[in-house]
Design a protein around this ligand. Structure first.
Ligand code: 1HN
Length: 364
């Protein structure tokens, strides 16, 4: 028999009082013992606070339009950008723990002033035209299906050449930069520094020729020197993969699933040091396997209809809808008709730190 005074795991009253005092002194000393405060910091597998979530373009665009009528764009606010806030992230304007995603809206003839920041950014255009983004003085046309890059610390502003408004999505590594206290910001010119509207930026004229790099640019750069990845090239690359599959040559990542990664031509690696950008095309009726991957990924439907199945829950999607897949969520994509998807994620960070893992679940 044991009693309260002899049980090995029950402290005697003096010990209990001493333990309380110890915990009180830990708290007073800004210390936290591991044995009571590990919380969810050591899960057996990632257990994200971010949840799988879908924002509908049909909801986002009218709200951005209303902001366009009510809220001016200019110095101070800088951008009419409305962040997509993951409901699991406690009211922060983050779509995932590392990524920011916003819909940005620029009315006819409006100008978003120049500035620069250490955060890396890109824009992707699901519809519309007429805006040029000026990156380090180089005017870059923004058109449907284009991926536009603004690597960290490049001055950039946008101007709308037309009388029609335009909306697009922005992706940035704002949360990661915030957690790591690596943010710097500086204002630039209130107007864009070059209001010309060339079809191609100087960066594309120098760099965007397949398999060729200028001999004036042989050093590896952390970010891609190509300011715009044009839809005609992306579309052609994806179409070719599916044609080759039809001809019996292995070219797709899975049956009826063509995919490309946007790359930095100076390294062959991701376009930005913190953000991966890819594009997927699924034939109507095709589906991907169910995959878990460390790191978060955001998709925007460029065209078509289908569904994401994330952790067993089905989310139907159509053009413009934005889907976030948190780290290690089990996700597959199904196409009802040809489904074109732009995707971005934080995998360059994960891979540089050697935290990358993927798990493809057995088909059932
Ligand atoms: C920014 O500079 C842009 O340049 C978009 O369009 C969104 C969100 C936070 C901070 C800076 C842009 C941004 C941003």
């Amino acid at each position: 028999m044991t009693d309260a005074t002899t049980a090995p795991d029950a402290p005697n009253p003096e010990d209990a009082a001493a333990l309380d005092a110890l915990y009180g002194d830990f708290a007073a000393g800004n210390m936290m013992p591991l044995w009571t405060d590990i919380g969810d910091l050591m899960p057996a597998a990632p257990h994200p606070s971010a949840i799988p979530f879908v924002w509908r373009w049909a909801d986002l665009l009218p709200l951005a339009q209303r902001a366009g009528e009510l809220v001016p764009v200019g110095r101070g606010g800088e951008r009419r950008a409305i962040a997509l806030a993951n409901p699991g992230l406690g009211g922060r304007p983050y779509i995932s723990p590392t990524l920011w995603c916003a819909i940005q809206y620029l009315g006819g003839h409006e100008v978003a002033p120049e500035h620069r920041h250490s955060q890396n950014a890109f824009r992707f255009v699901v519809e519309g035209e007429g805006v040029w983004t000026v990156v380090n003085g180089d005017p870059v046309r923004m058109s449907r299906g284009d991926l536009l890059l603004t690597p960290g610390w490049n001055f950039h502003g946008h101007h709308n050449e037309t009388a029609n408004p335009m909306a697009w999505i922005d992706g940035l590594d704002i949360p990661f930069v915030h957690y790591t206290d690596t943010a710097f910001f500086e204002y630039g010119s209130e107007r864009v520094t070059d209001e010309s509207t060339p079809d191609l930026s100087r960066s594309e004229r120098l760099w965007a020729h397949p398999g060729l790099r200028p001999l004036t640019g042989l050093a590896a750069a952390a970010s891609s020197p190509i300011a715009a990845y044009r839809w005609e090239h992306t579309d052609r690359a994806l179409a070719a993969q599916l044609e080759l599959e039809d001809e019996g040559h292995p070219a797709t990542v899975g049956p009826g699933h063509a995919a490309v990664r946007y790359i930095n031509p100076t390294t062959g690696r991701d376009v930005l040091p913190t953000i991966r950008a890819q594009f997927h095309r699924l034939r109507g009726g095709a589906a991907t396997s169910t995959v878990r991957e460390v790191g978060s990924t955001v998709y925007q439907v460029f065209s078509g209809r289908g569904a994401f199945v994330i952790d067993g829950q089905e989310h139907p999607v159509s053009t413009g809808d934005i889907v976030v897949v948190p780290s290690w969520a089990a996700a597959s994509i199904h196409a009802d008709e040809q489904l074109d998807l732009f995707a971005f994620g934080d995998q360059p960070i994960i891979e540089k730190l050697d935290f990358d893992r993927t798990l493809t679940e057995a088909a059932n």
